[in-house]
Design a protein around this ligand. Sequence first.
Ligand SMILES: C[S@@+](CC[C@H](N)C(=O)[O-])C[C@H]1O[C@@H](n2cnc3c(N)ncnc32)[C@H](O)[C@@H]1O
Length: 204
Amino acid sequence: MAQDSSRPDFWETRYRDHVTPWDAGRVPARLVQYAGEMKPGARVLIPGCGSGYEARFLAAAGFDVLAIDFSPAAVEAAQRNLGCFADRVQLADFFTFDAGAPFDVMFERAFLCALPRRMWPDYPERTAELLTPDGMIAGFWFFDDNVKGPPFGTSIEELHALLGTRFERISDEPAADSIPIFVAKERWQVWKKTGLGLDAASAA
Ligand SMILES: C[S@@+](CC[C@H](N)C(=O)[O-])C[C@H]1O[C@@H](n2cnc3c(N)ncnc32)[C@H](O)[C@@H]1O
């Protein structure tokens, strides 16, 4: 049971034991650059925020950021990190929480790859539901052919098949400042929500 990364206790144990090899301890340079292109005050969701470095950066830069994690220890760490912006962090499950207003951007880092592959089919639909009609997913994706995880790797083709049902990829480049466990295996990509899928069907 403790080996099932769909469960909060899988992550809780690791945060409490300080075994967090995914934790970069800093904001990726490519996010800083992308933030400069985002509309001022954009509403941004960070699912599975962990220690929340990106949330702190985006909040301080004036974005309307909400960072969520379903591990209480992660939320505590992120709230400590965010200081005066601690109210931007919530204990919540990405797949079930009530988000209120839709988001302009969702920032992805080590979230999809943290989920067991059996949960991946739920990710595009849930993300599309949380975003505005022209919303974006921006961030880092982990490419590997490993069987065991997390992190669970994907391939360019598999990610296309997964996200392509609801999103169109608008940029793709190697990540420049990966931490050791992701080096040469992650890429920065931005995906724009399309009008296809359930939204289009329900509007018809
Ligand atoms: C590998 S860690 C990455 C944390 C952070 N994004 C980072 O880059 O440091 C994955 C995180 O996702 C969280 N998580 C996994 N499934 C979740 C879910 N369904 N809802 C919210 N958080 C979730 C875990 O608790 C964990 O903090």
